[in-house]
Design a protein around this ligand. Structure first.
Ligand SMILES: [Zn+2]
Length: 128
């Protein structure tokens, strides 16, 4: 096996470890936030698989949790892509994302040009 190939395998493993670490950290922070609001809701969460937490309807009544729910959904989407073998591909154009972008943000979904287009669309600004 060439050195280049070896490097790539290491990088993918490191990226996977980083993604899993981020998932654990976000889920723990989320559980703490829910528990601070409502301990019985936290118990409901623990009865579910962690990748279903963001979909629990009772959580959506709490405005203070919405930012964290968004983060959880991003991490869930990235883990799901990993399982499907699609991790690290832009969700719009399917171009491989540079490993350094994934390192900065393991839940990154889009390459730089698609991210820019997406952000413009989110803000209702279209390029002519
Ligand atoms: Zn793209």
């Amino acid at each position: 096996m060439s050195d280049v190939k070896m490097d790539k395998i290491m990088t993918n493993k490191q990226l996977a470890a980083r993604l899993r670490a981020q998932a654990r950290q976000r889920r723990r922070a989320f559980l703490d936030a829910v528990r601070a609001l409502d301990t019985s809701l936290a118990d409901d969460l623990l009865a579910l698989p962690a990748d279903e937490w963001a979909d629990l309807p009772a959580l959506h009544a709490s405005p203070q949790l919405q930012a964290q729910i968004k983060l959880l959904k991003r991490v869930d989407a990235a883990l799901c892509q990993w399982r499907l073998g699609l991790y690290g591909l832009c969700s719009d154009c399917e171009a491989p994302l540079p490993p350094e972008l994934l390192w900065q943000d393991p839940c990154r979904q889009r390459c730089a040009p698609c991210e820019e287009k997406y952000n413009k669309a989110q803000h209702g600004v279209w390029e002519l």
